[in-house]
Design a binder for this molecule. Structure first.
Ligand code: ADP
Ligand code: GN1
Ligand code: MG
Length: 364
């Protein structure tokens, strides 16, 4: 569908004149555009058509983001030398004072200041970058620990809940709406044989051994922007910031920061977790969180990447069986290719699990 980006842009109170707007980034959920303004010295912007099939309550979602960015903004302002406009997302209010608008076709849109001179990586190519990512997520978690007010709204209920994800998977297999199940014996086996051990984090939560904290819940590495010197700059994609276990953030970051291949690499032999990247990320992360995490949280950090990589593999596979209704795909069997790649990564983590545990023990 074609959208008149200039018209959408004009609903907001941006400083600057619309020059052009182009699709931007490689997110799987929203339609994201970069808007360049005519004036050289003025900000550029990110304009997003929000996916309201996935996020069913946009006002509550936006209210979360207003609270989170407001809090981060306030904290950063009190730190001398900080560059608030680049270290934290800034929402642009609409002309009627809200942080989103609805266009004539019923689409929801929001706008942020474009974070200038950032670097974004789908695949990480050095331990130093992984270390910076770990610091960014650790600091993010620390800065939000004292967010005032009621708990954040759960924008996607049971988002990382592996028991619910497995229920949905089993229901989708039964329904088999597009006849894909017959060719997926190996993948389904990969899910089922690991299902029980994956429930441990939920179990620890129910037993009160690990607390719910404010977590990001989507810490894939391209949601962590680095600056021009590849130092931690800003954590973006705040749609799923809500109560969660720290393992979700640690696990998802390792899934993407320590995989030497692309998330959807077709050639499975190229996929492997590089333990040096794991170690670097963990060092960065623990440098910010060592004193706040409890013993059980620390004990299960090494397990977390296995859980989240498995969860994402399961979600890609479920979406494939369901007929590709959730993630944006770029070719017919894309979700299957992604699922296979993620299962290969799970295997690589399993092979290196003892070493991962040892590294965490040494670091804490
Ligand atoms: P999705 O949920 O679809 O992944 P994101 O909010 O992560 O959407 O945005 C998609 C991409 O757009 C990001 O990966 C990043 O490259 C870019 N992006 C988003 N917000 C900004 C911003 N404020 N400044 C610069 N780039 C951004
Ligand atoms: C989606 O929004 P994006 O592209 O950063 C997804 C994550 C998955 C990821 C897999 C809201 O992340 O949960 O881990 O794709 N986000 C949502 O690449 O479902
Ligand atoms: Mg994203």
């Amino acid at each position: 569908m074609h959208h008149d980006l200039r018209e959408i842009f004009d609903y907001f109170t941006a400083d600057g004149t619309f020059l052009n707007g182009e699709p931007y980034g490689s997110g799987h959920i929203h339609d994201t555009y970069r808007v360049v303004t005519a004036e050289q010295h003025k900000d550029n912007y990110i304009l997003q058509r929000l996916n309201n099939k996935i996020f069913k309550n946009i006002p509550e979602l936006q209210n979360n983001i207003e609270r989170v960015t407001g809090h981060l903004n306030m904290k950063l302002k009190s730190i001398p030398g900080s560059d608030v406009k680049r270290e934290c997302l800034t929402l642009i209010p609409s002309k009627d004072g809200k942080s989103w608008i609805i266009d004539d076709d019923g689409n929801f849109w929001r706008m942020y200041i474009f974070i200038s001179n950032h670097r974004s990586y789908n695949v990480v190519d050095s331990p130093d970058k992984a270390f910076e990512g770990g610091k960014a997520i650790g600091r993010f978690q620390a800065m939000l620990a004292d967010l005032p007010g009621k708990p954040l709204f759960e924008t996607i209920p049971f988002f990382h809940n592996i028991e619910k994800r497995l229920d949905t998977f089993n229901r989708t297999i039964k329904a088999d709406p597009v006849n894909r199940v017959q060719n997926l014996k190996n993948e389904i086996e990969s899910v089922l044989k690991r299902a029980e051990e994956m429930k441990i984090i939920l179990k620890l939560g129910r037993e009160g051994k690990i607390p719910l904290r404010i977590t990001h819940n989507d810490t894939k590495f391209n949601n962590i922007l680095l600056d021009e010197k590849d130092k931690a700059l800003c954590v973006i994609d705040l749609d799923t910031v809500m109560p969660g276990y720290v393992h979700y953030d640690f696990g998802d970051a390792i899934r993407t920061a320590a995989n030497i291949a692309a998330e959807d690499e077709k050639e499975l032999s190229k996929i492997r977790m590089d333990i040096r990247f794991f170690k670097a990320y963990a060092r960065g992360y623990l440098s910010e969180t060592r004193d706040t995490l409890n013993e059980t949280e620390k004990d299960y950090l090494a397990f977390a990447p296995r859980l989240i990589t498995y969860t994402i593999a399961l979600r890609f596979l479920t979406d494939y069986i369901d007929g590709d209704n959730y993630f944006k795909i770029h070719h017919e069997h894309h979700n299957l290719q992604r699922a296979r790649a993620q299962f290969k990564l799970v295997e690589s983590m399993e092979e290196q699990y003892d070493e991962m545990k040892k590294i965490i023990e040494e670091l804490v």
